[in-house]
Design a protein around this ligand. Sequence first.
Ligand code: URA
Length: 426
Amino acid sequence: MNILQIINAKKKGKELTKDQIDFWIKGVMSGEIEDYQTSALLMAICLVGFSEEETFNLTNAIIDSGIRVDLSEFYEKSVDKHSSGGVGDSTTFIVAPIFAALGYKCAKASGRGLGHTGGTLDKLESIPGFHINLDKDQFKEQVKNIGIAVISQSKDMCPADKKLYTLRDVTETVDNVGLIASSIMSKKLASGVKNIVLDVKCGRGAFMKDLDSAKALAAEMVKIGKKAGKNVVAVVTNMDYPLDEFVGNSLEVYGALNVLQGARNNLYEVAITLCSELLTSMGVENARAKCDEVLNSGLALEKFKEMIKAQGGDLSFLNKEHLLNAKAIYDVKAPASGYVEDIDPMAISGCVMLLGGGRLKKTDSIDLYCGVETKVHIGDHVNEGDIIATIYSKEKNEAAINKVLEAIKIGQDIPSKPQMILAIQN
Ligand code: URA
C-alpha cells in the first residue's frame, strides 16, 4: 500500500478501507506522508465525499494518534458539551455549573479563539489569576471534588487532528461534514467522557450556514458517538445573530454571569436546552425543571465561583465594574427610527477583531477587555438617536462604530423573533 494508491482510489470515487485510512494517518504522524499528499487527499475527499464508515474509521485513527483520558472513576456521571463555534457563545459557563450543581462531573478541555469565534480559555483568562495548567491528576481531583474543571486541550490528545486541521485551514478543505465530524468527535471521544451534548451552530455566524448541512453534521456526529458506545445528543441552534448581547472575552464572562444571576434571554434558552436534552437522554425525568431549580437557587452560580477559585481566579473580579472596565466606553446611536431588522454576527465579531479582541493567527496576542454590547434585539422599535450598542476598547475607534452600524440594520418592517432551537438529533 502507498499514499498515491490511496489518493487515486479516492479520486476515482472509491470508499477508503480502514487499513488505508490507518496507513494515511500513521504516515501523517511519522512524516512519511508529505503535507502536499495529504492536501491532495483532503481535496479529493471534499470533492468526492466521505462515507459514514470512512468518517468513523478516520475518527478512530485520529484518536489512536495520541493519548486517551481515563475518567473511569466517574464515567457514568461524566458529561461534556461541545459547540461548533459561534459569536457571543458563553454557554459553557452556564451549562458546566448546572451539571456540576446537579452532581454530574464536567471534565472540560477547551481551546482558544481563532478567527471570528471566541475561545473559552481566553474568556476565562480575563479573570486575573485564572490558570488552565492543571496536570492530569489535579484535573481529575478537581472534577471529582467540585464537579467542573476547564483546562487546555492536551497537545498529546489527537495530534493528527492538529496536523490535518492546519492543512484544511489553508487548502479550503474545512467545510466537509465527514472531516468536521471526525475532527470534533475524535477529541470528544479521546477525552474519556460518557455523556456528550453537541451544540451545532447554524447560520451566518457558524461553519454550517443552512439547516440541512447543520442537521447532517449533527446526525453524523451522533452516529459516530453512539457507535463508540457513548450517549450523545446534538442540538442545532440559531447562529444567524449573536447569541448574547455581550461579545468579547471578559464581556462574555459577564453575559454568562448575568444568566447565572437571573437573566432569562437567548443565551439562557440555548444553555438550558443543551443541559436538559442531555440529561433527558440520560434518563433524568423533569430535566428542564431540575436545571432551572439550580439556576434559580444560585447553586449553579456557586459552582461557577468554586471552579474560578479552585483554578486561582480572583472572585472579586466577577462583577460589572471589573469585567466591563475598558479605558474607553462609548455608545453607538440609531441613525434612524424604525425596527431592528438584523444584527449580523459576522459584523459584530468583525468589530471585536478590529478592536484587538480576536486572533487571525494562533500566535496573536489579544485584548481580553474589549468588545461590543448590543442594547437592542431583533424586532425592537428604536427612535433616531437611541443607544443601540456600547463599545468597550482601549481608545475610541470610529471604524468600530461604523462596523456596529453595519451590523445593526434598522428598517420599517417588523421582523419575526428568531427561533433559537432549530432541531434536536439523538
Ligand atoms: N471544530 C473542530 O474542532 N474541527 C473542525 O473541523 C471544525 C470545527
